[in-house]
Design a protein around this ligand. Structure first.
Ligand SMILES: [Zn+2]
Length: 264
């Protein structure tokens, strides 16, 4: 899971979903009515799916596991709990069938104050709650919200851990290649490698590498050439408080790309 920027909806689509919400508010506003209205709004769902696909990491990957194609719109706060939020854009995330139907379903755990215990990647940085061990592909929680997020979304399932574990050497190899291409003056090829890297599934592995870069133990985690590559090829903006780097507007799916940032 990586942080995602939720765009402003096109005006026409925003007006259409507001109209749908208004119809729900003025009607029975039951779970059944909301589900039927959502199911019937085929065109609206298709348009929302297009916006969410562009917002997702990689090539329209699931916003929870980052592996499979995001095939359906998940109501982060389930319709059964909040029927009036069925058409709330801020409540829509793109999920794969496995995460949506086999894991999250209608779960929405909350703490004693009523605050949700699931990480919403469009509202907060998952890194504040979760840590990825790059060598094994396993997540561990650093907050109760992180623990519930791992449990509810099934982020510890074996196939995901194995996929992240294998994505790590692939990311390192592509980063090394991008640096080499830049060094040999083939910037066009280097940029192709960078875009291909951003389009890979398991964007959380690359994101975790960049977050690790800004920790005191980075030199002990990465080989020297990988450390150098992460410093030179800036595919994710550094976290707040880290050394300032100019980040131009988003140039690739799911990531802020800072090109030609000074090495070091
Ligand atoms: Zn998924």
């Amino acid at each position: 899971m990586i942080p995602l920027r939720r765009p402003v909806l096109p005006a026409g689509l925003a007006a259409r979903i507001e109209l749908k919400s208004e119809e729900l508010r003025s009607g029975a506003a039951t779970t059944r009515a909301a589900r039927e209205a959502w199911k019937a709004a085929r065109l609206v769902r298709a348009e929302l799916g297009g916006v969410l696909g562009a917002m997702a990491s990689g090539l329209e990957r699931c916003m929870y596991c980052g592996d499979s194609a995001g095939s359906s719109i998940d109501h982060f706060e389930p319709i059964v709990r909040a029927p009036l939020r069925a058409f709330d854009w801020l409540n829509h995330l793109l999920a794969c069938t496995h995460c949506n139907s086999n894991h999250k379903r209608d779960q929405y755990p909350c703490d004693d104050t009523g605050a949700c215990l699931l990480v919403d990647p469009s509202r907060e940085d998952p890194y504040d709650h979760l840590r990825l061990t790059l060598s094994t592909g396993e997540y561990r929680a650093v907050t109760p919200k992180g623990a519930e997020t791992i449990r509810v979304f099934g982020l510890g399932r074996r196939v995901l851990c194995r996929g992240r574990e294998m994505a790590y050497p692939r990311c390192k190899s592509m980063l090394r290649d991008a640096v080499r291409q830049h060094a040999e003056g083939r910037d066009d090829i280097a940029r192709e490698v960078e875009q291909a890297l951003l389009a890979q599934p398991f964007a959380d592995v690359l994101y975790a590498m960049y977050r690790t870069l800004h920790t005191p133990g980075a030199a002990a985690v990465f080989e020297p050439d990988v450390l150098d590559a992460l410093r030179r090829v800036r595919l994710f903006a550094p976290p707040a408080g880290a050394r300032a780097v100019v980040v131009p507007p988003r140039a690739g799916p799911g990531a802020a790309v800072a090109r030609e940032a000074p090495p070091g």
